[in-house]
Design a protein around this ligand. Structure first.
Ligand SMILES: NC(=O)c1ccc[n+]([C@@H]2O[C@H](COP(=O)([O-])OP(=O)(O)OC[C@H]3O[C@@H](n4cnc5c(N)ncnc54)[C@H](OP(=O)(O)O)[C@@H]3O)[C@@H](O)[C@H]2O)c1
Length: 311
């Protein structure tokens, strides 16, 4: 890949896709293809095939899909599996037809077994059953990882790469508490509690589960790193920061940054999800990639973006 390669980012309006767009632009890549959903509905095979044939991307970053927190996963499991599988099938098949040099697929730490030994390394995939609340999402993502392996095995070794970022946060995240992830939901809830002078705020679960959070620009840097590093034979790689926080600890950090001083209560009747999800990212680190954004800095940037854009 060089600065003039035709790089297609699908999902460029989303959290990770928009971070890739900003990151690649900052590094002076000049041939970025970023069709909107209106231009290319990835659920429509004919439209996807036509776009790939017309634009002949050399590199594809597949950052589109249906994503959401526990509540959304439990309410719309059929949409999760249908849409993610359809998008993956359409994009992989179209990419193979035009002979792309590289395709980066994004997996998720939800794919690992619920009871996985921590930190989780890539060989532990498919050694146990994923967390039931996000089963449809996890199985669609596992299918994507297997597609990378199968396409590499049958066609050209090393062209299809699955990166597995842990919980990602940053600008352009989904800040709707009904559908959003941990950090974006906490930011929105605490901001509203602050401006409405609420004396207390109730959050889901016990606050005890531990999670690893990666800032979206660090995921974008991992994607660029793997696309420009030709020494890797790996097709599945974790992307994490190497440490985790309890949800309580994260809630306290967010409260401090947002400036919410009320009481934080926990509704323990609501599900916690997996007890811990920490990735072993040794392989990515050995390839020379390291995250650079500290959690306080990342949440601060995200809150600033939220206040400027959505609040
Ligand atoms: N967020 C995380 O913590 C995380 C962690 C690990 C892996 N991942 C994976 O990374 C990928 C991107 O996640 P994200 O958090 O960036 O998601 P996101 O913010 O929800 O963005 C999803 C993107 O997909 C697009 N999209 C969805 N359905 C589409 C369709 N039918 N046609 C065209 N575009 C469509 C959306 O377009 P619109 O703007 O038009 O809706 C949006 O640009 C997903 O595969 C996800 O599984 C995410």
């Amino acid at each position: 890949m060089d600065l003039t390669s035709r790089i297609l980012i699908v999902g460029s309006t989303g959290l990770i896709g928009s971070a890739c767009l900003r990151y690649f632009q900052a590094y002076h890549y000049t041939n970025l293809l970023t069709p909107s959903r209106q231009e290319v509905d990835l659920l429509d095979k004919e439209i996807v095939d036509h776009y790939f044939k017309k634009h002949k991307p050399e590199v594809v970053i597949l950052a589109a899909g249906v994503v959401g927190g526990i509540h959304y996963n439990k309410t719309y499991p059929a949409d999760f599996i249908n849409r993610n599988l359809t998008i993956q099938l359409n994009v992989f098949q179209a990419a193979q037809q035009v002979g792309v040099d590289k395709l980066v697929f994004l997996g998720s730490s939800c794919m690992y077994p619920r009871e996985c030994t921590q930190p989780m390394h890539e060989e532990m995939l498919l050694t146990g059953i994923p967390e039931p609340t996000s089963m449809s999402y996890a199985l669609s993502k596992l299918a994507g990882v297997q597609m990378c392996r199968a396409y590499n095995q049958q066609y050209n070794q090393g062209r299809y790469i699955a990166l597995i970022p842990n919980s990602t946060y940053g600008p352009h995240d989904d800040f709707d508490p009904k559908t959003g992830h941990v950090i974006s939901s906490l930011i929105a809830k605490m901001h509203h509690a602050k401006i409405s002078h609420s004396a207390s705020l109730t959050l889901w679960g016990t606050g005890n589960p531990r999670r690893e959070f990666v800032y979206s620009a660090d995921v974008a840097s991992a994607i660029m790193h793997i696309l420009t590093n030709n020494n890797s034979e790996e097709s599945v790689l974790n992307v994490g920061v190497g440490c985790d926080w309890s949800i309580k600890e994260i809630a306290e950090i967010v409260a401090k940054i947002v400036g919410y001083q009320g009481e934080i209560k926990w509704d323990t009747s609501k599900p916690d999800g997996a007890p811990r999800k920490l990735l072993n990212s040794r392989k990515m680190n050995e390839l020379g990639w390291k995250p650079t954004v500290d959690i306080h800095q990342g949440i601060q940037h995200t809150y600033e973006w939220y206040c400027e854009t959505l609040a």
